[in-house]
Ligand binder design. Structure first.
Ligand code: ZN
Length: 284
């Protein structure tokens, strides 16, 4: 199942058209993805039973062509976790040793944005980081690796946009501030449940500028995979329904290049993950 926030309302997206969840269910289900994400099994059962007779509007392809109608699939996550240095080659380009446990920081909620949001450049050192984002659907502490995917509602694409100068303006580095400026956390285009994916742990992940690849990798190259991250985080803190986990970026960021490259006004960056769709963000 793919669930998007279309024109401010939760819609199940299919190739044959979208279904407004609250309207089609006579308000049995809520009108935002935030209030559905803890109850996706019930929603799936209802949709499977009712699907043939429901009115449809825009299809997945039509929405991908017109991303402006989509908001962030989760607008008010209780917590946003992000993981640094979670791909081997990214750690190498950052000249840092591989971590022996996840390196965790937080992105602030006010930086969330939709999949076509325009992102103001805060300086001439703003960088791209395409990431797989896991959305928590069942709360818990001390979740085992084996049980972890049962706590994941689904996946979406994220960009962990980062102002490198601000990040390094203090020591230790201030990740949260530098990665939480206006619209610095676009997510989307929708939440995809893992049953839609052949292998949710091995997806092509990329971002492009004008057709040129900036980053290209596979999520199977993560050092700590999604179940390991869920188990690790929940061993320390309580995970809550709607929480987001930005799972780290692969190699190819601008700060790792020689010479360094940063985003310039007018750039459009397209971020994509196999099976999850794509986002297009304009920088000004
Ligand atoms: Zn990141």
């Amino acid at each position: 199942m793919k669930i998007a926030q279309v024109d401010g309302r939760a819609c199940i997206v299919t190739e044959h058209g979208g279904v407004d969840v609250a309207a089609a269910s006579d308000d049995r289900f809520g009108s935002t993805v935030d209030c559905l994400v803890g109850d996706l099994d019930a929603l799936q059962h209802w949709f499977t039973a009712e699907a043939p007779q429901l009115d449809r509007s825009l299809s997945a392809e039509e929405l991908l062509a017109d991303l402006d109608r989509l908001g962030p699939p989760i607008a008010s996550p209780p917590q946003i976790f992000a993981i640094g240095l979670n791909y081997e080659h990214h750690a190498a380009e950052a000249n840092l040793d591989l971590p022996d446990q996840p390196m965790v920081f937080t992105k602030w909620q006010s930086s969330l944005a939709g999949p076509s949001s325009t992102i103001p450049l805060s300086s001439d050192t703003v960088d791209w980081e395409v990431e797989l984002v896991a959305v928590i659907g069942a709360a818990g502490r001390n979740i085992s690796v084996d049980a972890a995917m049962g706590h994941v509602a689904g996946l979406c694409i994220g960009q962990d946009v980062s102002d490198r100068r601000l990040q390094m303006a203090s020591a230790p580095a201030q990740f949260s501030m530098a990665k939480s400026l206006e619209n610095f956390s676009p997510i989307g285009p929708w939440l995809t449940t893992c049953d839609e994916l052949r292998n949710p742990h091995d997806l092509a992940i990329a971002c492009h500028r004008d057709g040129h690849a900036l980053q290209e990798s596979r999520t199977s190259s993560m050092i700590f995979d999604v179940p390991t991250l869920v188990a690790y985080l929940s061993s320390k803190v309580e995970l809550r329904v709607g929480d987001l986990i930005f799972t780290g970026t692969p190699e190819g960021v601008g700060v790792g290049r020689r010479p360094r490259v940063f985003i310039e006004p007018g750039w459009q960056i397209e971020s994509s993950i196999e099976g999850l769709g794509r986002m297009r963000n304009q920088f000004v």
